[in-house]
Design a protein around this ligand. Structure first.
Ligand code: ATP
Ligand code: MG
Length: 587
């Protein structure tokens, strides 16, 4: 490719709305352009890098025995209703209507479609196992699209789906994908590592995410350097001790706390109740029903864990009015002491008429760390009052106990006791063991050897292709621009003649090297623009071509050209050995 014929609109400055370095570099290097928030055009150079990432993925999927197909992005809502995800994934699902007023959804992922294919086409154990994949555009109505390709409304994903006859078979398929992912990211030049992950609303047994460490990553990973434990903070647990039991009075006591509505305020004089002796009561609205969450005063609720428990991401903290309607008090005075809910043991509810009905169906989920806790303090469900000497199992009717808290750095590792660390990372891939949930709901069954009909055991495996490409840039750059790994660089070599007079010795040699390298299968771009050397060097460094071949009159007078790896020292080589020297550098 001749630079003069190419389309590489580099920018000195990134547009102001580009927040993170990789996003700025994507724009400055002329790889992408924004059409609208979360929607981008891939310009020719960006597309070349993207295609290389795709090709690596394709090769490794094929190598692992997965079969490529292509499913439609436009999907009927019925199959989404059948799995229940029409509602549970409702917040990211793009819904639209055609001219006949028929509803459609735009695919954010494709479990529903592939499982329908399996339901219709697979009938016998002889046809299994199978693993299907596609590389296609996905749509998600992300509330906050940001960071360029990292969180887009329209993006490219590789998604694969495995169908097995047994659980062991499904495990083997999972392992194959897990190993393929490790190879894919390594081949893309990424340092990515697997972590235990939350299965979220997709359901299923267990999963791993592949994470690229980066300060700008939207995920937090909890990890232990001593034993190798690593998990997304949405899922991570620690070996933190339960709340210590204390000598305490026999009965719960109500006391006045006028104006005290925070854990912190109650921890100060004159009350001086440490946060770790307080029960925080939170009200969430899920499907317009309230859910009460109890968590220790010094802990934070982990909303991802809550989503997994209630089976949907469509929930939100209750408004103060909804808290009053549910528990009779505003946030700051809430509590779940049974006496206040049922009105039975001496404490009269403030507004019994609007509360008792709700209470009969109230789900109270408490964090495991509170199990057995006594001598605790919590809101009295009456503005301006709290209870002390609360013994959680005596005084509160907990519906169910869960791990609901968010791990913090320094807590002991559950496996080895050493302090846990936390770092930020970008999720580039996700492997799930799904089990039979989708195959049961959509009828993807097969007859086993004994003639018994069984649901196929599934797995699903995603890679954010466009996000991976940007993650490479986020990880591989310096002050001058992108440092593309050889495997995914839009062009691997940039030939930079310092003068471009036609028929000059410099230009003739540049063209000769260009032709020879191209003939040897190298992706080369020849910067034939009539620009100052400084401009050419800057552009080539910004775009990040792995190797630059500089040809100037001065060095050519000595019969030499200059090889400059994007990172590494400039080396002079004999002009007639330049091609071999480049090939050697490419390894
Ligand atoms: P996230 O937690 O970042 O929203 P997710 O858990 O919703 O991701 P999956 O449903 O597992 O993601 O999708 C598979 C892969 O697709 C992810 O690992 C990620 O790399 C990519 N991906 C997901 N959402 C987006 C998005 N909005 N823009 C770009 N890539 C995305
Ligand atoms: Mg998401």
């Amino acid at each position: 490719m001749l630079w003069s014929q190419a389309f590489i609109p580099t920018l000195r400055e990134a547009p102001a709305d580009a927040e993170i370095l990789s996003h700025k570099l994507l724009l400055r290097a002329g790889l992408i352009r924004k059409l609208a928030g979360g929607v981008y055009t891939f310009l020719p150079l960006g597309l070349r890098a993207l295609r290389k990432v795709e090709q690596i993925i394709r090769e490794e999927m094929d190598r692992a025995g997965a079969l490529e197909l292509l499913m439609p992005a436009l999907q009927p809502p019925e199959i989404w209703q059948q799995t229940g995800r029409y509602e549970t994934a409702g917040n990211v699902l793009f819904k639209l209507k055609d001219s006949g007023n028929r509803e459609w959804v735009l695919s954010p992922t494709a479990e529903e479609v592939i499982t329908t294919i399996a339901a219709n086409e697979i009938n016998s154990y002889r046809q299994l196992p199978k693993n299907f994949y596609q590389i296609s555009v996905k749509f998600r109505d992300e509330i906050r699209p940001r960071f360029g390709l990292m969180r887009a409304k329209e993006f490219i994903m590789k998604d694969a789906y495995s169908f097995d006859t047994t659980d062991d078979g499904a495990m083997a398929s999972y392992k194959k994908m897990y190993d393929a992912y490790a190879r894919i990211f390594a081949r893309c030049g990424l340092k990515a590592f697997p972590v235990e992950a939350d299965t979220g609303v997709i359901g299923g047994k267990f999963s791993h995410e592949f994470m690229v460490p980066a300060e700008t990553g939207e995920n937090e990973v909890v990890y232990c350097e001593a034993c190798g434990y690593a998990a997304n903070i949405e899922k991570a647990t620690s070996g933190i001790p339960k709340t210590a039991a204390r000598e305490a009075g026999a009965a719960i006591e109500k006391f006045a706390t006028p104006g005290i509505v925070t854990i912190e305020a109650l921890s100060k004089a004159p009350y001086s109740v440490p946060a770790n002796r307080q029960i925080k009561t939170l009200v969430y609205m899920a499907d317009s029903k309230p859910v009460i969450i109890l968590i220790r005063g010094d802990d934070q609720l982990n909303e991802a864990k809550l989503a997994g428990i209630i089976g949907t991401t469509v929930f939100r903290p209750a408004t103060p009015e909804e808290c009053v309607a549910t528990l009779g008090a505003k946030p700051g005075s809430l509590g779940a002491v049974a006496a206040t809910l049922k009105g039975g043991t001496g404490f009269q509810p403030v507004n019994p008429e609007h509360r008792l009905e709700a209470c009969a169906t109230l789900a109270i989920y408490a964090d495991e760390r509170l199990r057995g806790a006594n001598d605790m303090t919590t809101g009295a469900n009456e503005d301006g009052f709290h209870f002390k000497i609360v013994s959680i199992e005596r005084d509160i009717k907990v519906t169910e106990w869960f791990d609901l808290r968010t791990v913090t750095a320094g807590e002991p590792c559950a496996k080895c006791g050493k302090p846990l660390k936390i770092r930020r990372a970008i999720e580039v891939g996700h492997v799930f063991k799904l089990g039979t949930e989708y195959s049961e709901k959509l009828g993807a069954t097969f007859l086993d050897e004994a003639g018994t009909r069984k649901p196929a055991v599934m797995g699903c495996y995603g890679i954010g292709v466009t996000r991976t490409m940007q993650a490479v840039i986020e990880q591989c750059n310096d002050k001058d621009g992108i440092i593309w790994p050889l495997s995914v660089a839009p062009y691997t070599v940039c030939i930079t003649p310092l003068g471009v007079a036609p028929e000059s010795a410099v230009m003739k040699l540049a063209e000769k090297i260009y032709v020879e390298l191209t003939a040897r299968g190298v992706d080369v771009i020849l910067d034939d623009r009539d620009e100052r050397p400084g401009v050419k060097f800057k552009d080539s460094e910004l775009v990040g071509f792995p190797i630059r071949v500089g040809i100037g009159e001065k060095s050519l007078a000595k019969g030499e050209v200059e090889l400059k790896p994007r990172v590494g020292a400039l080396q002079a080589v004999k002009a007639d050995e330049a091609v071999d020297a480049v090939i050697k550098l490419l390894g």
